[in-house]
Design a protein around this ligand. Structure first.
Ligand SMILES: Nc1ncnc2c1ncn2[C@@H]1O[C@H](COP(=O)(O)OP(=O)(O)OP(=O)(O)O)[C@@H](O)[C@H]1O
Length: 311
């Protein structure tokens, strides 16, 4: 269990994490979602005692990281996959970690097998590891102490589709074993496939803490309607708006309608004699829910700066 109570971090005038209070429970994968700069990494760093909270606390199994007697046995984390000495092999890196923490050497072989690094890959020096191998090695290091709490910051970054699938399965397996699995991502589709519970933040603030199905159901599904008759489409839009729906143009001959249903839009088009070339439901998705939730808290929208660049 990870417990955050009023967790706050300010860097000068920037409030990176703003009074976060949330419990991250064992036995499931909790996705940690937020736009760039939302404060995900800072939150994870505070949980691991790498950043000091300005206020509040972050606890692992009821204790602050600095009070854990054997941290490696309590929490494993993948924050920066490249955190390995460039000249040292993956195996040597893990062996050194194991030795200094009283973990038997055979555990190194176990975790290397778990993450699918064979002898040859484990013998390569750090600087020659691909991003994917680095991620696997970082996950092996997190698993070394067999901890009940695991945290992964963007674990699928740079992985090929096989690697992505593998990480997904591993997260699920670790949760099924009863561990707390807290995984950050800005990839909504990835979270939709991996997580049971979602914690969403924007500008450091908690926007949602709910089962993934609930977050998705909370987003309004839309109806896409396309017609070769512009006047008819305009009339349809007026009638739908008058009936309380939200109508937005989606192209020269297309509308996106929220707050109505495919049946109602179809019936109305029939009533008005408007010919339709498309009438389709656009299901609620996590992507949509995420956009709605974070609409007010995206730090850098894609607006061109005066220099003509986008941030
Ligand atoms: N050491 C630091 N000094 C000053 N500001 C910082 C520092 N670390 C983070 N910040 C700021 O805090 C905010 C949150 O950053 P953080 O990296 O935690 O976000 P994030 O959600 O992990 O983003 P990303 O998905 O881009 O990694 C940002 O505005 C960032 O610029």
């Amino acid at each position: 269990m990870i417990t955050l109570r009023g967790l706050t971090k300010r860097f000068g005038r920037t409030t990176a994490v703003d009074a976060l209070t949330v419990d991250i429970a064992p036995g499931r994968v909790t996705g940690f979602l937020g736009p760039n700069g939302a404060g995900k990494s800072t939150t994870m760093r505070m949980i691991l005692g790498l950043d000091r909270p300005t206020a509040g606390e972050a606890l692992i199994g009821g204790r602050a990281y600095r009070d854990l007697r054997h941290p490696l046995f309590e929490v494993g984390a993948l924050l920066d996959a490249k955190a390995i000495h460039p000249a040292r092999s993956g195996r040597a890196h893990l062996l050194a970690m194991a030795r200094s923490n009283g973990i038997p050497a055979r555990r190194v072989d176990e975790v290397l097998a778990t993450v699918g690094l064979d002898d040859r890959a484990a013998a390569k020096p750090g600087r020659t590891l691909s991003l994917g191998m680095g991620q696997r090695l970082g996950i092996a290091a997190a698993l070394l102490g067999d901890p009940p709490v695991l945290m992964f910051d963007e674990p699928v970054n740079g992985l090929d589709p096989d690697g992505v699938r593998w990480v997904r399965q591993l997260m699920r397996l670790l949760a099924e074993q009863g561990r707390t699995v807290f995984v950050s991502s800005h990839l909504m589709t990835e979270m939709q496939l991996t997580a049971d519970q979602l914690v969403v933040i924007g500008r450091g603030r908690l926007l949602a803490d709910a089962p993934i199905a609930e977050v998705i159901a909370g987003s309004a599904a839309a109806v896409r309607v396309r017609s070769p008759q512009p006047d008819g489409l305009a009339t349809l839009a007026d009638r739908l708006t008058a009936a309380g729906a939200i109508v937005e143009p989606a192209g020269p001959d297309e509308l996106t309608v929220t707050g109505s249903t495919v049946d109602r839009v179809g019936d109305l088009a029939y009533e008005l004699g408007v010919r339709l070339h498309e009438l389709s439901p656009h299901g609620a998705s996590l992507e949509r829910a995420f956009m709605e939730l974070t609409a007010d808290s995206v730090e850098y929208a894609g607006v061109p700066s005066p220099a003509g660049e986008t941030r």
